[in-house]
Design a protein around this ligand. Structure first.
Ligand code: CTP
Ligand code: MG
Length: 386
């Protein structure tokens, strides 16, 4: 057996896949893995509905190409001029869950021993000023866990709806979790369809905004992974963090910033799932599972066998304040708890407030009820704008 010994930064090789459409074909991730047999069951109508929502959202090869061009411009023309560093894409454009108009998530890593500007304090400010000179709308967030530059480009001929970009500094763990999600997305094509649908549903129902007290897209992806690994029966996905390495692996594959980042990457040694349910049936089961989920006591933890821990065992029983990068108080709420697969002290659901949880639970209950009807006239209401 072979394991993949690549540096996390090799996820940037994905960008090389973003060939121009004229050079032949779509971004490989926009097609996703194929499953051998079509899934036929009483939920075919709902599966069709899910796909009819998803299809118009698949990013085109041209869009992927243009985003790569923009990444390259930011990398070569702006960042490298200021300070040699690596500008690596991550998030949905790399993990396979991008939709048309997804933002562009970039991470700046600086490996030089004597950098001109300090990467977490000085460089963000210098770069923010430089981006402004290039005509981007710029917002520098320094009170976040890692500094983030938010860039907005107004509508252009290439991006008629405009484009948002998040540039983070030294968030190496995000590169690893992107790679974990990318690996899962290559195992079973139903995962990607479920993610695209849930992202759309959560957006139109107003429960996909970490800035407004609900849950990030990343959080929803983790809820789906828990469902497909531990709840669907037979399971649709293995727990990649629980399959041991069969050959010695280098330290960089095992640890990052003090966290265990090991996961099994050799997809040729993963047998196809025995679960043949359709996307529609899995979606209906997903909604029904979370409509009844014990958010009050439980923590979703995809690295853990079984996928659940108690809030008590994590000490996540009440809101916690910690001191942020600028000595300010940062409040982590623990109404909805999802443990990050690697950074296990981090609750991905910490942005969800009391009202946010109320809304999220309410939407899961509504969705579960509507999908159970199995009647197109009823389930079409699922994605009505709220
Ligand atoms: N991320 C993280 N911890 C969080 C939120 C996000 O590590 N609490 C990282 C993950 O690597 C994630 C990336 O930031 O893949 C982008 O997060 P997000 O924008 O929520 O997800 P996307 O998959 O990029 O979704 P969208 O297409 O809606 O932008
Ligand atoms: Mg994103």
């Amino acid at each position: 057996m072979q394991t993949d010994h690549k540096d996390p930064a090799t996820i940037q090789t994905n960008r090389n896949m973003m060939a121009h459409p004229s050079q032949g074909g779509a971004h490989p991730l926009s097609a996703g893995p194929t499953n051998p047999q079509p899934y036929q069951d009483a939920y075919s109508g709902f599966t069709e509905y899910v796909l009819s929502i998803n299809r118009p959202q698949y990013p085109s090869a041209n869009e992927m190409y243009l985003k790569e061009q923009l990444r390259s411009l930011i990398d070569v023309e702006i960042v490298q001029r200021i300070q040699p560093s690596r500008v690596i894409p991550f998030g949905s454009l790399v993990n396979g869950f991008a939709t048309a108009n997804s933002d562009l998530d970039l991470c700046i890593l600086d490996d030089s021993p004597n950098p001109r500007y300090k990467i977490k304090t000085e460089l963000p400010e210098v770069l923010a000023a430089e981006f402004e000179r290039y005509g981007f709308e710029v917002k520098l967030l320094t009170k976040t866990r890692i500094p983030i530059i938010k860039l907005v480009q107004g509508p252009t001929a290439q991006f008629p709806l405009g484009l948002a970009m998040d540039i983070g500094f030294e968030n190496r763990l995000a590169l690893h979790n992107t790679r974990l999600l990318a690996t899962y997305s290559r195992i079973d094509s139903r995962l990607r369809e479920m993610v695209l649908f849930v992202k759309h549903w959560a957006k139109v129902r107003g429960i996909n905004s970490s800035y407004h007290g609900t849950l990030s897209s990343y959080g929803y992806v983790l809820t789906i992974l828990h469902f497909l690994i531990n709840v669907a029966s037979p399971s649709c996905l293995p727990n990649l963090q629980h399959i041991g390495a069969q050959v010695p692996v280098p330290f960089e594959e095992l640890e990052c910033e003090g966290y265990n980042i090991w996961f099994f990457k050799d997809l040729t040694n993963i047998p196809p799932s025995l679960n043949r349910r359709s996307i529609g049936e899995l979606m209906a089961e997903y909604f029904s599972y979370y409509a009844q989920f014990d958010f009050r006591n439980m923590v979703i933890s995809i690295r853990t066998p079984g996928g659940l821990l108690t809030k008590t065992s994590k000490g996540w029983t009440q809101a916690l304040d910690r001191v942020g990068p600028e000595d300010q108080k940062v409040r982590s709420r623990n109404f909805l708890c999802i443990e990050d697969p690697f950074e296990i002290t981090h609750n991905v659901g910490r942005t969800v407030g009391k009202n946010g949880l109320y809304d999220i639970r309410g939407e899961y209950m509504r969705a579960s009820k509507l999908t159970r009807a199995r009647d197109p006239r009823v389930f079409r209401a699922l994605c009505e704008q709220r």
